[in-house]
Design a protein around this ligand. Structure first.
Ligand code: C5P
Length: 243
């Protein structure tokens, strides 16, 4: 089963809860990112839990192992279910994060930010980089070796990552658009159907729902598209082959 994650990319708890209240049970997770968390802190997570919602905390942690482990423990205590860390923090940082995560928390490794292209990665790492995708696969493999259960990736990379990481890995994909949606600043996009078929487990949608005239109807459309893709004969055959 693939799940719908709505990104609460809004400046305040008030705005976040106003959006949440427009959406009903089509949404599986709400993603709290740096803007909202920096403004509102853990209170916004508690407010979402108070409404019975599941929370994905997208803080992209990257620091020394001890500091990241303590932040992960804090997130576990807050009872969020998904939390991002940067894979470039290295194996020891990721292992410390995994050790600190309680049983209810799944860590997601961010590999190469989708805003970075090969020349930028080469400049930062000080070596030639011909293409980003092999770097994404390498870092995702490092995350799996450290025990990190999932990765965040563009939907265009989901298939190769599913192949590299095996059937159990969580593959979380932003950049989801219906054929008529505005693309915005996303480049590597896919429809819900294509993302599910490529092996995505969690589809992150922001602007197409938040900026819709009727966000509730938009969320229903995405939820239905995901469920239909999950139920497609090809998808069921793939899942059978994987189990
Ligand atoms: O509005 P849109 O649907 O493009 O929002 C996508 C969400 O996913 C945003 O919260 C964005 O920060 C996040 N994201 C992304 N690309 C990544 C990681 C996260 O777009 N590689």
């Amino acid at each position: 089963m693939s799940e719908l994650v709505v990104a609460l990319d809004v400046p305040s708890q008030r705005d976040a809860l106003a959006l949440v209240d427009l959406l009903d049970d089509d949404v599986d997770f709400f993603k709290v990112g740096l803007e909202l968390y920096t403004r509102e802190g853990p209170g916004v997570v508690r407010a979402l839990h108070g409404r019975g919602k599941r929370v994905f905390l997208d803080l992209k942690l990257h620091d020394i192992p001890n500091t990241v482990a303590r932040a992960v423990a804090s997130a576990s205590a807050l009872e969020v279910e998904l939390l991002t860390i940067h894979t470039v923090g290295g194996r020891r940082m990721m292992e410390a994060a995994v050790d600190a995560a309680g049983p209810g928390l799944a860590l997601l490794g961010v590999t190469v930010l989708t805003s970075s292209d090969a020349p930028e990665v080469a400049e930062v790492w000080g070596r030639p980089v011909e293409a980003v995708e092999p770097e994404v696969v390498r870092l995702a493999g490092l995350a799996r070796a450290a025990g990190v259960p999932g990765v965040v990736a563009s939907p265009r990379e989901a298939r190769v990552l599913r192949g590299a990481l095996g059937p159990d890995a969580l593959v979380v994909t932003p950049g989801i658009r219906l054929p008529d949606d505005a693309v915005g600043d996303q480049v590597r996009i896919a429809t819900p159907q294509a993302a599910v078929a490529a092996g995505a487990t969690h589809l992150v949608v922001g602007r197409p729902i938040r900026e819709a005239d009727d966000p509730g109807a938009a969320a229903r459309t995405f939820g239905q598209a995901i469920r239909a893709a999950d139920a497609a004969p090809g998808q069921q055959a793939r899942e059978r082959a994987e189990t």
